[in-house]
Write a protein that binds this ligand. Structure first.
Ligand code: MF3
Ligand code: CO
Length: 255
């Protein structure tokens, strides 16, 4: 069951969400050919501390995972879908697409956000993949209101993505967020309208469609973290944290 947050807790997440959006925006501005993925993570780490917040992914270890996540930012390039570990040796190059996923603690609460951007000029398919993924998150957000079910969101996301000829990753999902990095409910990016857990006003959730250029199947690297497409084709990822309201929702991770 998802947990309903108090007005004070939501206010902390609203403030944390604005910090997160500002920090991620600063990171996006530094994306360029020749920049290492670790540089971006170190920048995110430093900017989070400058805002009196703390990174929530650094040291995060979900039950069943082999090792804690070692960085502040997930930097997933091209066929890497999510959770790729930043490295000083991994340089971005013109035409890459890069997913930037960041979370932080502020005022005792955590918030979560991701965007995908092109490095310099990217190909037409890559650009369309980014736009469809961004728009699929908007479709999902439109389905959120008091009384809606998680399947309504999944249906909104997957039907839009598949109509555009792309795939929806099945192995990872959106989630409740706030007291912990991941809380109930699980919010899959596909589903059937009218099924799944009901959302209630005051629940805080993260929606995060992961969309593939080709087949949606993924594999995990030997590092225990990096998720990549099985067919080696591109993937994109967008995420917002939001609070459910009577007649819609408020996006918390916005400037
Ligand atoms: N936004 C990511 C998710 O919900 C956060 C991953 S935590 C990390 O899956 F530690 F893996 F980075
Ligand atoms: Co998330």
């Amino acid at each position: 069951m998802g947990t309903v947050k108090t007005a004070q807790e939501i206010q902390a997440m609203r403030e944390g969400g604005k910090i997160l959006a500002a920090v991620l925006d600063e990171v996006v501005r530094r994306v360029a050919p020749g920049v290492s993925t670790l540089f971006l993570s170190d920048l995110a780490h430093e900017r989070i501390f400058a805002h009196d917040a703390k990174p929530s992914f650094l040291g995060y270890q979900p039950s069943g995972s082999a090792s804690p996540y070692p960085a502040a930012l997930c930097v997933s390039v091209n066929d890497e879908v999510v959770h790729a570990i930043p490295s000083a040796k991994r340089m971005l190059k013109e035409g890459d697409i890069v997913g930037l996923d960041l979370g932080l603690w502020y005022g005792g609460m955590c918030v979560d956000m991701a965007v995908t951007v092109g490095v310099g000029a990217v190909g037409a398919t890559a650009q369309k993949l980014i736009e469809v993924t961004r728009q699929s998150l908007s479709r999902g957000i439109t389905a959120v209101r008091n009384g809606a079910r998680t399947g309504d969101i999944g249906f909104a996301i997957a039907s839009y993505v598949e109509k555009n000829g792309f795939g929806v990753v099945r192995d990872l999902a959106g989630h409740g967020v706030g007291y912990k990095v991941h809380e109930d409910p699980l919010i899959m990016n596909f589903g059937k309208k009218g099924t799944g857990e009901q959302l209630l006003t005051g629940m805080t959730i993260a929606l995060e469609p992961m969309v593939t250029e080709g087949d949606w199947h993924v594999t995990i690297d030997r590092d225990g973290w990096t998720i990549r497409t099985r067919d080696g084709k591109l993937a994109a990822h967008f995420e917002h944290t939001l609070v459910v309201m009577d007649d819609g929702c408020e996006i918390l991770t916005e400037l």
